[in-house]
Structure formats: C-alpha cells, structure tokens
Design a protein around this ligand. Structure first.
Ligand SMILES: Cc1ncc(COP(=O)(O)O)c(C=O)c1O
Length: 248
C-alpha cells in the first residue's frame, strides 16, 4: 500500500489505470509501449525510487528544475517556514516577500532595474509583450528548433508541429532563422520592423548543440544596431545552471 494521507494507491498498476483514465492516456501508454514502466515514488537528493523500489540516479533533473537536488532540505525548510507566515498573496498589492525577492534578483542581475515573477512560457509571453510595447513593432524572430514554451505567444516562436496544432503559426509575425546563421539574422533585422529576437543562451531542447563562439554577442549587436530587443531565454541556463548566475 502506498498511503500518502490525502491519496492512497494499492499498486503501480492502479496508478497506470487512473492516469490513463483521468490524466493523459497518450502519455501513459507512450512510456509503457517504449518499455519504460516508471512511476516515480520517493525523491531524495540526486536519487529517485520508483514504486517497485528501484533506485535510480536522476540525470534528467526535469530540464534543470531539480538542479539543487530533490527535496533539498534547505528548500523544504524555506517553503515550510514561508507557509508558517504567508500564503500566495494578492498580486494587486505590494508585499514584503515579493519586494525582498525582487531586490535579491535585481542585485544579482547586472543591468536590471526590476524583477517580474512568472513561470517559464508565461515569462516569455511577458518578454514578447514588453518588447512589442516598447518598440511598437510586431515581429519576433526565433531560432529553428529553439524552444520557449507552449503558452499563448511562446508557442508561436517554436517548432511548426506545435504552433500548427494550436493554430498559432503566424508567419507574418513570427519569423525563424537557423542557429549560427548571422547573415540571415542581419537580413531579418535590417528591415527595422522586428521587435525582438528570442534565443536560448544554450539551445537545450534541441540537444544542447554549442553555438559558434561569439554568435549570441553578434545577434545582440545586430539587435542594438537595428532597434530590436534581445530576449535571452534563461529557463534552462539561469540561476547558476551554467556555473554562473546567468548564462547570458
Ligand atoms: C528554454 C525554455 N524556455 C521556456 C520553457 C517553458 O517553460 P514552462 O514549461 O515552465 O512553461 C522551457 C521548458 O522546458 C524551456 O526549456
């Protein structure tokens, strides 16, 4: 019996049945058909234990989400302490926790004046909206096989299969160029109608290909020359994941 108080399961098979019935039939079947019958149970440090008691080393770390380890005691402590005093709050009003976190982030982010809190794909939406608002231009340039999320605007910057199934492909507003092609980038930006270029500092979802030395800097300089903004998507490279606070 797996008894976690608010929910109980008698077996891994029962989890598969309920996942298929109530959560996501396609994804549940996909992994089983591929011979990976994994349901993760306990998580600790860099280790996972599946419901069969198998111990696994987590090299995937969910794209950087668990780079401080699973249930890191310092983080668990901070979360518990926070809940002793605060809840999610009310976004209309200033708050002590928000002001303190924003100050800490701005102080470790050279050139930044403000911090705004948002999850991955939605942070990309905020960046695109900010760029459009600032430049009064509509076009956004991204890189083929880059990944920025599946929220409203971010999905339009990504791979065609996804932007198409959500009817978000708008080739007049969202343009794509190849990694490392400086000439194509120059051509796209030289018309001076691009609001921003969005780029992963290290392209993660595409299998971590390394960019040519100086490519990001060259794109940033082209942005400056033609009045576009440079959006560094640091979802995978920020917060010390490259060994420095920010990859850019
Ligand atoms: C580089 C990059 N940007 C954006 C996102 C979107 O983040 P989220 O899935 O939290 O919306 C991801 C998620 O994997 C990502 O890897």
């Amino acid at each position: 019996m797996f008894d976690y108080g608010m929910f109980k399961f008698s077996s891994k098979e029962e989890v598969f049945e309920k996942s298929e019935r109530y959560w996501n039939p396609g994804k549940t079947r996909f992994w089983r058909d591929a011979g990976i019958d994994l349901v993760i149970d306990r998580r600790e440090g860099y280790e996972l234990f599946d419901m069969d008691g198998r111990r696994l080393i987590d090299l995937h770390i969910n794209g950087g989400t668990f780079n401080l380890g699973h249930r890191n005691p310092e983080i668990v402590d901070a979360l518990k302490t926070a809940l002793d005093h605060f809840d999610i709050g009310n976004h209309w009003f200033p708050s002590m926790a928000r002001a303190a976190l924003a100050e800490a982030l701005v102080k470790v982010s050279p050139g930044f004046d403000y911090a705004f809190f948002s999850p991955g794909g939605e942070a990309v939406d905020v960046a695109i909206k900010s760029a459009r608002y600032t430049t009064k231009r509509r076009k956004i340039v991204s890189i083929v096989k880059g990944y920025h999320g599946h929220s409203g605007l971010s999905v339009a910057t990504g791979d065609a299969p996804f932007s198409k199934i959500f009817l978000s492909d708008r080739s007049d507003e969202f343009l794509q160029g190849q990694f490392n092609d400086r000439e194509a980038m120059q051509q796209a930006l030289s018309l001076r109608d691009v609001a921003a270029v969005i780029i992963e500092t290290i392209p993660a979802t595409n299998g971590f290909p390394m960019l040519d030395h100086g490519y990001n800097r060259a794109v940033k300089e082209l942005c400056q020359r033609y009045g576009a903004l440079y959006i560094a998507d640091e979802v995978q490279t920020g917060l010390l994941r490259t060994g420095q606070m920010w990859g850019w």
